[in-house]
Design a protein around this ligand. Structure first.
Ligand code: 4NP
Length: 156
């Protein structure tokens, strides 16, 4: 079976998408799934930076290290390099779709929370919030990534 390449996308690539990448990477490793990950932002304001310390702390509290990740802006060629491009909110999805180099590649992009249809459709941006907002983002992402893993394992 070939590697499934997954790109997690938010606005700054320092809060939600590195948390999502950490969860996907952690779960894929634990399950022995052949998945490669990266994350990117729709703005390049934080390019080269490590995840926000609040995001790192939240993830550490759940036993997941993301300090090695570095922010970058999403590129049109990401639509060719990845199989799935998962956006944290609608504005991220709209922003990335504007970069799709061909209409036929747009189907690769969707909202992360489509994997948890009983939960809110967006992961709220915790950037202006406190630790509880990062924890809420973690809870949403934890459920969505569980279901994403099931989809990749069982094809649901
Ligand atoms: P993220 O959060 O999109 O979850 O990484 C943000 C981080 C930084 C900014 C916005 C959102 N910013 O405007 O700098």
């Amino acid at each position: 079976m070939s590697t499934t390449r997954i790109l997690l996308v938010c606005m700054g690539n320092i809060c939600r998408s590195p948390m999502a990448e950490g969860l996907v990477r952690h779960k894929a490793h634990a399950l022995g799934l052949d998945i490669s990950t990266d994350s990117a932002g729709t703005i390049d304001h934080h390019a080269g930076e490590a995840p926000d310390p609040r995001a790192q702390r939240c993830m550490e509290q759940h036993g997941i290290t993301i300090g090695d990740l570095r922010a970058r802006r999403i590129l049109p060629e990401d639509f060719r390099s990845f199989d799935l491009l998962l956006a944290m909110d609608q504005s991220n999805l709209d922003g990335m779709l504007r970069l799709a180099p061909a209409p036929a590649l747009a189907h690769k992009a969707r909202l992360m929370m489509t994997y948890a249809p009983d939960l809110p459709v967006e992961v709220p941006d915790p950037w202006y919030g406190g630790p509880e907002d990062f924890e809420q983002a973690f809870r949403l992402l934890d459920r969505a990534t569980d279901n994403l893993m099931d989809t990749l394992r069982y094809g649901r």
